[in-house]
Design a protein around this ligand. Structure first.
Ligand code: ATP
Length: 350
């Protein structure tokens, strides 16, 4: 079910929590709503669910205008970070609850409950109470309960944030598997860029209630639309520099200049991702710190008065105090207008 949000606005007293413009969420895909705390992710999810009403704008599920419909009439499944299971009911009763409410026949309830329990792989836990389950198992029950109604849209509000790091990894893969198996259009709220990058088909990245960019995760990483997007994605993060541009060249240091095809009046901020740096004949820098990041060594050095990070192949040994010579891969170098953070398009050549 494709989801269209038309100029949705939500105000809380003086605060404009959300102003989305027009936004389409793709049918059958897993879309991540991503952004820092307070950017309006949960508000957007609550508007889609009907738990809150917009100040203005309209919400369409396909061709159906649901703006004024209460949550139970929208055909949605909701999963919250605290699971919200009924503690006095068994797993089976929890999953079956929405169907009992809808007065579905007993035999069908049993079949659909078992099918859902199997889908989320808790078929052997049906007689337990929520208190006898781990966090991950409780989350599986919550997902089964949301899906048993066969919703057209599944809404997940930070579903993994109460789990420890290992379980979070496991459950995010599970959410992806379940979403692919069921094909249900899913909106997943998270503030964790890695989570969003790893399992979504598309990310909607928000800041202060406004959508900054919407596209596939890889595309957003490789092609950020503005400085906020470039900063929000990437670990270790991008570093920024204010190199002078002179005679069509970026003056990285006294000895290192990069030809630059950029026409821009005014100050340019250069963003360099850590993976842009390569060992090679170019800029000599002194290594201040070394951290091992899996297959890479992260080295830290000073450049134009700013801390810079480079990821170098771990098989090439490097120690604190070493001088290394680096070149830049221009694919991971971006330019932004200093005043607005808008991306400036141009290339730095070697
Ligand atoms: P988090 O990741 O911390 O949950 P979020 O991105 O989900 O944040 P929202 O909870 O949607 O952000 O909040 C967006 C903005 O709206 C914030 O500035 C918040 O303080 C404000 N806000 C949310 N709910 C209310 C409310 N009921 N009354 C007043 N302001 C609110």
């Amino acid at each position: 079910m494709e989801l269209h949000l038309e100029k949705l606005v939500k105000d809380f007293a003086e605060v404009r929590a959300l102003d989305t413009g027009d936004l389409t969420i793709q049918d059958g895909k897993l879309t991540g709503l991503l952004g820092p705390s307070g950017c309006g992710k949960s508000t957007l999810l609550y508007l889609i669910s009907g738990l809150q009403s917009p100040t203005s704008g309209r919400i369409f599920f396909g061709d159906r205008d649901v703006t004024l419909l209460p949550p139970e009439k929208r055909g949605i499944g909701l999963v919250f970070q605290n699971y919200a299971l009924y503690p006095h009911m068994t797993v089976e009763q929890n999953i079956a609850f929405p169907l009992v409410n809808q007065k579905v026949k007993k035999e069908e309830i049993r079949e659909r409950t078992e099918e859902m329990a199997k889908l989320v792989q808790i078929g052997d836990l049906l007689k337990r109470k929520p208190s006898q389950l781990s966090g991950g198992q409780q989350q599986r029950v919550a997902i089964a309960r949301a899906l048993v109604k066969q919703p057209e849209i599944l809404l997940l509000d930070e579903p993994l944030s109460n789990l420890d790091a290992r379980l979070r990894l496991e459950m995010r893969e599970e959410i992806r598997r379940i979403q692919i198996e069921t094909g249900v259009t899913t909106v997943f709220v998270t503030h964790d860029q890695e989570e969003a990058m790893s399992i979504t088909d598309e990310i909607v990245l928000m800041k202060k209630g406004i959508v900054q960019q919407q596209c596939a995760p890889q595309e957003m990483y490789l092609n950020p639309g503005n400085q906020f997007v470039a900063s929000f994605l990437g670990n270790p993060p991008i570093s920024y520099f204010r190199f002078p541009v002179q005679d069509g060249c970026l003056q990285i240091s006294d000895t290192c200049h990069l030809p630059l095809s950029l026409r821009h009046e005014g100050a340019v901020v250069t963003g360099i991702r850590p993976e842009a740096w390569r060992k090679g004949d170019g800029l000599a820098v002194q290594v201040q710190a070394v951290e091992q990041h899996g297959k890479d060594n992260q080295i830290t050095f000073q450049l134009a008065g700013t801390k810079a990070r480079a990821l170098l192949d771990v098989t090439e040994p490097v120690r604190v105090g070493d001088t290394v010579s680096l070149t830049l891969d221009p694919r991971f170098v971006y330019f932004f207008d200093e005043a607005t953070g808008t991306r400036l398009y141009g290339e730095a050549g070697q």
